[in-house]
Ligand binder design. Structure first.
Ligand code: PMP
Length: 401
């Protein structure tokens, strides 16, 4: 049996349907984000598709905290949380995240993906007879967590309250239920009707599990996400977030009641048996969360950049989805073209925008997902829109009205 031939056959299929993923090798310069060195073309570029939405990955407070913890505690945590791998930074960070969301407790994971996979998977698997109601556009980490739990799953149409209620009505009152959904959906930049979903959850006795990965740090007076902005945190059973996007480092967490966090801590295999985050990471994140709780400057700068970009795109008649969030999807609606434009933007104009193709978005919905931030300058915004305009003309692409 030649296993490599089998692997290659599967990879060839990805190449054939255009979904094989290539990495761009990029050197982010500390202190100069969103500029980065692109190894593929051998020069500096401006990055427009980073999830370090606020540039916190290079914030002086974060860097100082990482350096200090590295010097004090060394590079790694030395073990799982249970076996010698809990440091005071982990404890302080969990307290900070619980306070941020107005919850009793929080639990750290090594990534947002793992927090969904482990927390949702553990809740669904360990609550006898649990049914999960999952939004059709939920992230892979939730889908895989639910699948792994082997619990019954009902998929409701994206943000569709009637469809969600139809499913809830069909389930017996004494069946444990979890409604799993996101606040900001990352590809279309739309927002869930959180309050109405909580109303349905109350009416039908369901728990609510909200992924705020694209919203924490970004929305709410202290960066607690959309639930905080709308004063709904107390109505959600679980708020899940990442520490790798607006907070600029890495890691994930859930915030919930002490009993729920202890339940996941005690039964979640992916939590129990995995080496914890290095103390320096926890320390860096702690500085980032604390900073964004008391400073709105980064969020304000980011909103300004989004407004400016939209205004420039409008003026140039470049088609994009109008959203209430920081995500600006510029629509190309053709996979090959999306790749060609991305290539030209990079090589001719020095702008790095990763094409978003199927299966991340449906076929015919190919796009660039732009996330302008407080560190993008007006000159960079102008230069990007000029480049897009030139390419739109050269390729005779349809303009927006
Ligand atoms: N949830 C959503 C909605 C996401 O988009 C992502 C990451 N792209 C994750 C969870 C996983 O978070 P992380 O990158 O921290 O693993």
């Amino acid at each position: 049996m030649n296993y490599d031939t089998m692997f290659q056959a599967a990879l060839d299929e990805l190449h054939r349907d255009g979904s094989y993923r290539y990495f761009a090798e990029l050197e982010r310069y500390s202190g100069r984000f969103p500029r980065a060195f692109h190894h593929g073309i051998g020069r500096d570029v401006t990055v427009w598709c980073s999830n370090d939405y606020l540039g916190m990955g290079q914030h002086p407070d974060v860097l100082a905290a990482v350096h200090k913890a590295l010097d004090e505690n060394g590079a790694g945590s030395g073990g799982t949380r249970n076996i010698s791998g809990t440091n005071h930074y982990h404890v302080a960070l969990e307290k900070e995240l619980a306070a941020l969301h107005g919850k009793e407790s929080a639990l750290l994971f090594n990534s947002g993906y793992l927090s969904n996979w482990v927390a949702l998977g553990t809740l669904a698997a360990r609550l006898k007879g649990c049914v999960v109601l999952s939004d059709a556009l939920n992230h892979a980490s939730m889908i895989e967590g639910i699948r792994h739990s082997r619990a019954e799953k009902r998929i409701f149409r994206h943000n569709d309250l009637d469809d969600l209620e139809r499913h809830l009505k069909e389930l017996p009152a004494d069946t444990p239920k979890i409604i799993a959904f996101e606040s900001v959906y990352s590809m279309d930049g739309d927002i869930a009707p959180i309050e109405e979903i909580c109303d349905l959850a109350d009416r039908y006795g369901a728990m609510t599990y909200l992924d705020e990965v694209h919203a924490v740090g970004m929305y709410g007076a202290q960066g607690g996400g959309i639930a905080q902005e709308r004063g709904l945190e107390h109505r959600l059973t679980v708020i899940e977030g990442t520490l790798g996007k607006a907070y600029g480092v890495v890691g994930g967490y859930i915030a919930a009641s002490t009993a729920l966090c202890d339940f996941v801590r005690s039964f979640g295999s992916g939590f129990i048996f995995s080496t914890s985050l290095p103390p320096m990471v926890a320390a860096g994140v702690l500085a980032s969360v604390r900073h964004l709780r008391q400073s709105s400057a980064e969020r304000d700068g980011q909103k300004k950049a989004v407004a400016l970009l939209r205004e420039r795109l409008d003026r140039a008649h470049i088609p994009y989805l109008k959203t209430d969030t920081h995500i600006v999807p510029v629509m190309v609606r053709d996979a090959t073209l999306c790749r060609t434009l991305s290539d030209e933007l990079l090589k001719r104009f020095g702008h790095y925008l990763q094409p978003i193709n199927y299966p991340t978005v449906p076929q015919g919905e190919e796009r660039f997902r732009l996330t302008p931030g407080p560190l993008h300058t007006e000159e960079e915004l102008d230069s990007l829109v000029e480049a897009l305009s030139t390419l739109w003309k050269e390729h005779q692409l349809p303009l927006a009205a």
